[in-house]
Design a protein around this ligand. Sequence first.
Ligand code: FCB
Length: 446
Amino acid sequence: MPDRFDLPAGFRWGAATAAYQIEGAVEEDGRGPSVWDVFAARPGAVRDGHTGAVACDHYHRYLEDIALMRGLGLDGYRFSVSWPRVVPTGAGTVNPAGLAFYDRLVDALLEAGITPLPTLFHWDLPQGLEDGGGWLDRDTAYRFAEYAAVVADRLGDRVPAWITLNEPFVHTVFGYALGTHAPGRTLMFEALPAAHHQLLAHSLAASLLHERGLEVMLSNNLTPVWPASDSAEDVAAAEAYDALHNRLFTDPVLVGRYPDLSALGVPDDLYGAVHPGDVDLIHSPGLDGLGLNYYNPTRVAAPVGPGLPFTLVDIPDAPRTAFGWPVVPDALRQLLHHLRDVYGAALPPITITENGCSVAEDTSPDQPRIEFLATHLDVLAEAVAEGIDVRGYYTWSLLDNYEWAEGYHQRFGLVHVDFETQVRTPKASYAWYRDLIESHQNDHLR
Ligand code: FCB
């Protein structure tokens, strides 16, 4: 397995987490409830009824976690700001104690030589906003922009680059279409106004961040879409899926139009959500970087019956993570080339803002994770050598954490967390990543 990759000087090495997955302290210091607190309490919603009430207790242990990051030699740390910690009901009153937590976190990161990369929304919407319709309500976009400005005004003197949203596709589809994530709505395609309002929120916040001289990225979960065969039916189904999963979230931002969703039976105005001028608004702030969360490709066949215009099918012969996700590193290279081919000069520099895998707890010495990271970094380095502008790599995740509907069952961390005692134990992948970062830095000192 290669343990050094030919990546340019200045390439940023990082790790990523998200607030609800690690912080805990859900009722402390004035934090308001989020949709995830409410959803996780619903019987049957999350495996074994797990909740994020304690998670990794990072709210209290952030200094210990920063020491682990320093031990890795990270250049950057991607975390998310909990909206209900800062604005408990989602609108109006700001909670000074919530803001103060992120202030301390940022200062401690900078002291450790680590650049903070905050995400303003990683799925933990204040329940107060959900009660008024959540992302189905256009007003939520405006509330997000207000909240973004509050956080930027507090931290923008020390934090140069920001991610507005994490994976609006996953939040819309799992949260509003299928109901497997918070807020647990099952609207199928009628969930799509939630996608539009998130993109609107992104753009309103992006303009405010730009006015403050800050850089803006948006992190999307993108997947290479593979038709199951060359048949016209499978190819059409793959195109329909690509429009829904990928292009719906990148086309308006990068080229100022929505893809054609007619094959899905979705009206152009996304059920009345798209008002005149909205798409220009979404496009106009531009993006300083595209955050790419990559996990796996998706294989798509023609529908088997009435209902959805596509069927998701297995990828034969691909190894699987503990989560059951197929492992196909080369698809990351394909995806990067595809993005460049489709968007050309409109494609901003890319940062991999998530990539990693779940490995079963008793797997020692964590070899599958090392292999996963090494094989993905290998193709990433190839793509960079082929001229694709990728600026950094943030592995998911620093710590084992609360994996949404799977509770504590999927372990994505470089560091093992015992959820009974909160003891952190670096895994073999931690040492491997530390050595890799060090050798990259040494290579570029010479
Ligand atoms: C992504 C999420 C992240 C984590 C990983 C495994 O979709 O952004 O929070 O759950 O998957």
